[in-house]
Every structure is written in C-alpha cells, then in structure tokens.
Design a protein around this ligand. Structure first.
Ligand code: S3P
Length: 163
C-alpha cells in the first residue's frame, strides 16, 4: 500500500518521512536523480512545463507500486489534473500536512539547502495566491489532515503511524 504525504513547500514532508521508521521514497530526490541536476537548475534551463512532465511520470510509477511505502511528494504535484486523478484513486491513503502561510514562507526563506524556483520567481503576494489555490486542491484529495504548526517532526510522524 502506498501512502502519500501531500502539502505545500516547506511543510516538512521529507523531514517527517524520515521519522516514520518505514520505507519512504522522496519524489524530488528521484526527479533530481533522473534530471542529473537540482530542480531549481532544471526549471531555469528547461522551464516548469518540462519539470511537470517528469514529475507526472515519477508519480505514476510510484503509485503503481505494490509495496508498503510512504511517498513524500513535491508541493506542486496536485496542479495537474492527471496527477489528481491518480491521487484520487489512492483514496484513504492521502495524508495532508498543513501549516499557515506565514510559517511556511519563513521556513522556505531560510532553507538555503533546498531552493524553490516558485519562491524565487514570485512576489510574496503571488506566492500566497499559489498557496491558497493549492490548499483547495490538497484538501479535496486529503483523507487525513494533520496540522504541523507547533508540532515536532517526531510528533507528526507518531500521529501518521497511528492512522
Ligand atoms: C514545487 C515544490 C518542490 C519541488 C519544486 C516545485 C512546487 O518540492 O518539487 O520546486 O511547485 O510546489 P517541495 O514541496 O518538497 O518543496
């Protein structure tokens, strides 16, 4: 069974997955291995549309797995209709991690290890609009919603293991 961690950039999907004590696959790392370069560089050289094609391929491959595995997704995985259809078929296994926009904005700003092209290329207000549009899409797909503000990754992982 594949369990999917969904949520906006900076919410901690990959960090939390690391505390689950269970096999997990990180979509962004898999995509970067395939691209042979950081996502931010691929966005700059090939554009977002090319990135989204590869993201959809990787999602489809992962969701077809028969194994018991957690998938930590990239925050933009919900923007394509074909991805949402695949995620909808994964019902009861979509876990949404949710935090306030300001918390996420601050975290992303400080995160120099993982640069997000959409953060770098948008004003704060435009980024907030992306957040709001995306939240509606995540919530439509989510079977379980966990609020991460004021919780440690260990606590969140413990909650996930109970559901
Ligand atoms: C993106 C989120 C990133 C990464 C890429 C695009 C997005 O993943 O896939 O920069 O559109 O929200 P994280 O959610 O892990 O930051």
């Amino acid at each position: 069974m594949v369990k999917v961690l969904l949520g906006f950039m900076g919410v901690g999907k990959t960090t939390i997955a690391g505390y689950l004590g269970a096999p997990f696959l990180d979509m962004d790392r898999m995509i970067e291995d395939r691209l042979g370069m950081p996502i931010v560089d691929y966005f700059a050289s090939h554009g977002e549309a090319a990135f989204r094609e590869i993201e959809s391929d990787v999602l489809a491959e992962l969701l077809a797995s028969e194994e018991d595995v957690f998938i930590s997704t990239g925050g933009g995985v919900v923007i394509r209709d074909e991805n949402r259809q695949l995620l909808r078929q994964n019902r009861r296994n979509n876990i949404l991690l949710k935090a306030s926009f300001e918390t996420l904005y601050d975290r992303i700003k400080k995160d120099k290890a993982s640069e997000r092209p959409l953060f770098l290329n948008n004003s704060k207000e435009a980024f907030r609009e992306i957040f709001e549009r995306r939240m509606a899409l995540y919530e439509d797909l989510a079977d379980i919603i966990i609020f991460v503000d004021n919780r440690t990754p260990e606590e969140i992982a413990r909650i996930i293991k109970c559901v």
